[in-house]
Ligand binder design. Structure first.
Ligand code: APR
Length: 248
């Protein structure tokens, strides 16, 4: 049996990154609970629950159509934080998963590949009749036909509402179980199950780091918390991680 060569480098730890609305704030998209946040202007129970959709689908469709239209604005582009996370994904030699609570497409456009949208995506629509998930027409309020089955008026935003099951939880649990580093970026830690990921990662012995504009509800759970804008904190942190473990 061959012995590992003396001083063999330890394999790079698995990394799980969780992002929230704060990572997209400097791209011009509002967060939810800041003073200028979305939930200061409209109530969750009016636009982000299955009951709201059953009660007044046109109002819910219009709310998401307006948010989807923002993504088409050339001024709304991936920022330095999105780009740094895409670079970490590209260059990290170990396991890596970026879990985002965001429904915008900025991580996708930045080039992140090992990416999971646990609250769905504004860019996709789901058919209530055939279940197909397809690229979303710009305006669902007009009742466009499902690209798969053709049924008109059966499309809803492919977004996870309060009271619905987040997407990809099995893959997320698996990544958390094996990660050595958990980084939370731009989230208030208000909504579960995402707010519980730090405890799961700690319980498995991972190093936990929070990068946020200000202390979040869960800051005390983290081994380290850095406060400031994501466009400054994230590139700095990614450079440190790659320098410590990345390839040449
Ligand atoms: N850089 C870093 N962090 C920022 C920045 C910034 N430029 N601007 C704001 N933040 C931080 C805020 O301090 C706050 O802690 O981002 C966080 C945003 O918190 P929320 O508005 O609660 O958004 P989020 O945590 O993503 O909400 C979670 O709640 O409403 C649901 O489904 C929705 O996915 C969302 C979930």
């Amino acid at each position: 049996m061959t012995r590992p060569s003396e001083g063999a480098a330890a394999p790079p730890p698995g990394i799980v990154v969780l992002t929230g609305a704060g990572v997209s704030r400097e791209s011009g998209l509002a967060t939810f609970r800041d003073p200028d946040g979305i939930w200061q202007r409209v109530r969750i129970e009016d636009v982000a629950t299955p009951e709201a959709f059953a009660r007044d689908p046109a109002r819910v469709q219009a709310f998401y159509d307006a948010r989807r239209a923002q993504l088409a604005d050339p001024a709304v582009a991936p920022n330095a934080a999105h780009l740094a996370l895409a670079e970490l994904d590209r260059r990290w030699p170990g396991d890596f998963l970026l879990v985002t609570q965001n429904v915008d497409d900025l991580h996708d456009r930045a080039g992140s590949a090992r990416l999971l949208h646990m609250h769905g995506e504004l860019a996709k629509a789901r058919c209530l009749r055939c279940g197909a998930v397809e690229p979303s027409p710009q305006r669902l309020a007009d009742g466009p036909p499902c690209p798969a089955c053709g049924r008109r008026g059966a499309l809803r935003p492919h977004v996870v509402w309060f009271g619905e099951v987040p997407l990809g939880m099995e893959r997320i649990e698996e990544a958390l179980a094996g990660c050595g580093l958990f980084v939370s970026i731009g989230t208030s830690g208000s909504v579960y199950p995402a707010a519980g990921f730090v405890a799961e990662a700690r319980g498995r012995g991972a190093r936990t780091v929070e990068l946020n504009l200000e202390p979040s509800e869960g800051s005390a759970m983290f081994d380290e918390a850095r406060h400031g804008p994501a466009t400054r904190l994230v590139p700095e942190f990614v450079e440190e991680v790659l320098r410590r473990h990345g390839p040449g």
